[in-house]
Design a protein around this ligand. Structure first.
Ligand code: PLP
Length: 389
């Protein structure tokens, strides 16, 4: 293996996962059978949320979460610039506008201090956001207590984008328990912590929000007579109550997801072992290793180092290129969303978020996934040592 390219992330599929998918394929239902509710139950139970709504991606989960919270044309959603574009795009799907709050240079998550200032200014201008999307970048939990206190003061709803953070804890509480948010969403893309190939889920403790999201997931159609506006015309009858989508997850995907959930704690232990090992091995390197708040338990989807400029020595761009040339599949999470051409054209043309831009100049994502061996990790560290010299 040692001369193969090491990717930055990779799914972990075992024989039980394969057997679960095969069983779903042989069952009566490829979709809309018993596997989706089973997966929903497994996730909601794991994170201690009352309700879970499985969908075909986290992007879809963000969209229906925004709609369920009433986001509409003319409204405003705020998020961090250092995230995947989907955390912002969900607002645009609803016709709402997007703005960003700069990051904290230590945690790399949305800065509560910057949020406080921006809310104050926005209130004076009469342009407060309806929703804040709090992203647990790399799995490191946001300061939810501070974010929730500020959002309560200004009547802003919080969606936690926990695409990187299933299996993590904020204080003693599991990520996804929605103790400080209206809705939390997860991604099950193969590179994330637990996979259903493609897939996402929205969890909430609010039954009304859960029912609204269930309706939106499947065309806005109900088969529940209690929710219908008319008397059913017959046993075939269903009603479309609102304009929904086909965002359904298949039973095949859900079977894979449920099987993966049984190994989530195992995945977490290995991710933490590897991250602790990186911390130790890189202690004397001229790089900044990722911050982890010891009161929390990071989901550790990513291990992002920062390579500050050193006069006369290779900078981030050179180090990145050298690692790639050495067969190390490094990546960059993320280019600040406000710098994307689409957002330059949609309200961000003259905006600057200095901490996010400084992060972008220095960040490199090193390989981290449960199947990464100690030997391959040593190879990454040796290649980084050579690249920095
Ligand atoms: C991966 C990711 C998403 C989107 O997930 P999909 O399931 O691919 O739609 C959203 N937000 C963040 C932060 C992500 O990393």
């Amino acid at each position: 293996m040692s001369n193969n390219r090491i990717p930055y992330g990779r799914q972990d599929i075992n024989e039980d996962d394969i057997a679960a998918v095969v069983a779903a394929l042989k069952s009566d239902f490829l979709t809309q059978g018993p596997e989706v509710p089973r997966f929903e139950q497994a996730v909601s139970q794991y994170c201690g949320a009352a309700h879970a709504v499985a969908v075909n991606s986290a992007t879809s989960a963000l969209h229906i979460a925004c709609l369920a919270l009433g986001l509409k044309a003319g409204d405003l959603l705020w998020t961090t610039p250092i995230t995947f574009v989907a955390s912002a795009n969900c607002a645009r799907y609803c016709g709402a506008d997007v703005d960003f709050v700069d990051i904290d240079p230590v945690t790399s998550n949305l800065s509560p201090a910057a949020l406080s200032k921006k809310l104050e200014t926005a209130k004076k201008a009469g342009r407060l956001p309806k929703i804040l999307v709090a992203v647990h970048l790399s799995g490191e939990p946001c300061d939810m207590q501070k974010l929730a206190a500020l959002c309560a003061e200004y009547d802003v709803k919080i969606i936690e984008d926990a695409s990187h953070a299933i299996g993590g804890r904020y204080g003693a509480g599991s990520i996804g328990n929605c103790a400080h948010s209206a809705i939390t969403i997860f991604s099950f893309h193969p590179v994330k912590i637990v996979t259903s190939a493609e897939g996402g889920m929205a969890v909430t403790n609010d039954l009304e929000l859960a029912e609204a999201m269930r309706l939106l997931r499947s065309h806005g159609i109900t088969r529940d007579p209690a929710k219908m506006l008319n008397v059913p015309h017959g046993p075939w009858y269903y009603e479309q109550l609102i304009l929904g989508f086909n965002y359904r997850m298949t039973d095949i995907q859900a079977a894979l997801g449920t099987s993966q959930m049984t190994r989530l704690d195992q995945f977490m232990r290995r991710r933490h072992e590897l991250a602790d090992r990186y911390d130790e091995l890189l202690a004397d390197f001229p790089v900044v290793t990722p911050h982890r708040n010891k009161e929390n338990y990071s989901g550790l989807h990513l291990y992002v180092i920062r390579v500050p400029d050193r006069a006369g020595k290779p900078g981030r761009d050179d180090v990145f290129a050298r690692l790639q040339a050495a067969g190390i599949g490094v990546n960059l999470h993320y280019m600040p969303v406000h710098l994307q051409p689409y957002y330059r054209d949609h309200g961000q043309g003259n905006k600057s978020f200095p901490e996010a831009e400084a992060y972008y100049r220095e960040a490199i994502t090193l390989p981290l996934y449960p199947g990464l061996s100690d030997a391959d990790q040593d190879r990454v560290v040796a290649a980084l040592d050579a690249a920095l010299a």
